[in-house]
Design a protein around this ligand. Structure first.
Ligand code: NAD
Ligand code: MG
Length: 417
């Protein structure tokens, strides 16, 4: 059946290639995206690629995809990138303006896969060009959800979810009609500390937290998965993407990561999306939307997977989830502050400056401290978002310094789950 005009055979070859840019091309999501672009040269043409500081990898990707433009965020690396690309005909730039240019170059779709609030400006620039945004960078919607959804509507474009749970919801939704949806449930793997006691979690080291049971991801999201902040950020992300009330959204722990989300309808029907935990599936769905792409990845064999189990998240051991839910309920500046404080606290934990429970503690203290000063500021324009983000970081940093006392003692031994 032909659903969307992208039928097979001759007609498919005649379909114009989709012009794609990748923000954060050197990251986990970025490289998987580049892999899919490489293996589907008949479907895609690469426009712009960006990276933070890995000039060699960026140049390698730009050359292999024959990109038009490559941008490196760290301005000091312009010379290195330029010499790596010499003679290739690929244009390049460095610094914040070059990132913006990457977002603005005419493209059909941009993969927003920078990590954190650093992706806000170039992703917004792409939306304002009317480019379809495939959004992996969930922090954009947490920090500036109202602004992003408003700009997408204003410029007549679409935000496509790349997060596996949101891609699952998007696929289970009835033509984006949420009228008959009762509730949406996102699944969470539970992270590496799902079965750990509070005492074990208190002594967890970065190398323990970086061992995710099911997914191989960047460091920040891996730590967010260990605290369950990731699921909290995803509830806020879903709130903006799917136009539902906060009380219609919840999370359930599903350690096998086979079911990614469930949509409950008013007639008692529940539509769930299932696939093996491989980000190439949701990335491919966004890249080709509304068509599909053959990823060639391993297929789900239900008889071969372990039992599928589900359990309630434990907000006592994982308070970050509660904090994110409270921020979603409070709205206004709270999610922007939560996101910025979390970025600072995760960095401090990875630097071994604070203990694992210090992440949630720093976020909670930042929210409490910021409330009087920042609650009147609405993150409905980029300047306000950036102000909230900056102030929340300024408040969070000394709080993290204060939490250094809570570091587990020297010589802490490795814990097993
Ligand atoms: P990553 O750390 O592997 O990659 C991050 C990318 O962003 C890199 O290309 C890096 O160069 C770039 N970057 C980092 N800081 C930057 C800065 N200051 N300015 C410009 N560029 C910068 O991260 P990832 O795992 O690929 O995750 C990317 C985003 O996708 C995150 O928001 C994450 O939450 C989301 N996401 C990831 C996964 C996953 O499986 N990895 C799944 C769902 C959602
Ligand atoms: Mg996810």
């Amino acid at each position: 059946m032909q659903m969307n005009g992208l039928a097979g055979g001759k007609a498919e070859q005649e379909v114009e290639k989709r012009r794609v840019s990748v923000l954060g091309a050197t990251g986990t999501i970025g490289q998987l995206t580049c892999e899919l672009l490489t293996s589907n040269p008949d479907r895609f043409k690469t426009v712009a690629l960006t990276a933070h500081s890995n000039a060699a990898k960026l140049a390698e990707l730009a050359v292999s995809l024959n990109a038009e433009f490559a941008a490196i965020a760290d301005g000091r690396l312009e010379g290195e990138l330029r010499s790596l690309l010499e003679g290739t005909g690929i244009e390049c730039g460095a610094g914040p303006d070059a990132l913006l240019e990457a977002g603005q170059r005419p493209a059909g779709l941009i993969m927003a896969s920078i990590v954190g609030a650093a992706g806000l400006a170039p992703t917004l620039a792409a939306l304002r060009q009317g480019t379809i945004v495939a959004l992996a960078n969930k922090e954009c919607l947490v920090s500036a959800g109202t602004l992003f959804m408003g700009e997408a509507a204003k410029h007549g474009t679409t935000l496509l979810p790349v997060d596996s749970e949101h891609s699952a919801v998007f696929q289970a939704l009835d033509a984006l009609d949420c009228k008959h949806v009762e509730r949406i449930v996102l699944t969470a793997s539970g992270g590496p500390f799902r079965t750990w006691t509070a005492a074990q979690i208190a002594a967890a080291r970065p190398e323990d937290a970086l061992k995710h049971p099911n997914w191989s991801m960047g460091r920040k999201i891996t730590i967010d998965s260990a605290t369950l902040m990731n699921k909290g950020l995803e509830l806020i992300e879903a709130f903006h993407l799917f136009n539902v009330r906060a009380d219609q959204l919840s999370a359930i722990v599903h350690p096998q990561s086979i079911i990614h989300a469930l949509v409950y309808y008013c007639d008692g029907s529940v539509i769930a999306q299932a696939s093996l935990p491989d980000m190439r599936t949701p990335i491919a769905y966004a890249l080709a939307w509304p068509a599909r792409l053959n990823t060639g990845i391993k297929r789900l064999d239900l008889a071969a997977v372990p039992d599928l189990t589900f359990e309630k998240p434990d907000e006592a051991r994982f308070p970050a989830l509660r904090l994110a839910k409270e921020a979603l309920k409070a709205g206004g500046a709270a999610p922007t502050v939560l996101n910025a404080a979390n970025e600072i606290a995760v960095e401090a934990f990875l630097d071994r400056s604070i203990a694992f429970p210090g992440i949630a503690a720093a976020v909670e203290q930042t929210l409490n401290k910021a409330v009087a000063e920042l609650s009147g500021i609405l993150p409905d324009n980029l300047e306000a978002v950036m102000h909230l983000d900056r102030r929340a970081r300024e408040i969070a940093r000394p709080l993290c310094n204060g939490l250094q006392m809570a570091l587990p003692g020297a010589g802490t031994t490795a814990l097993s789950s």
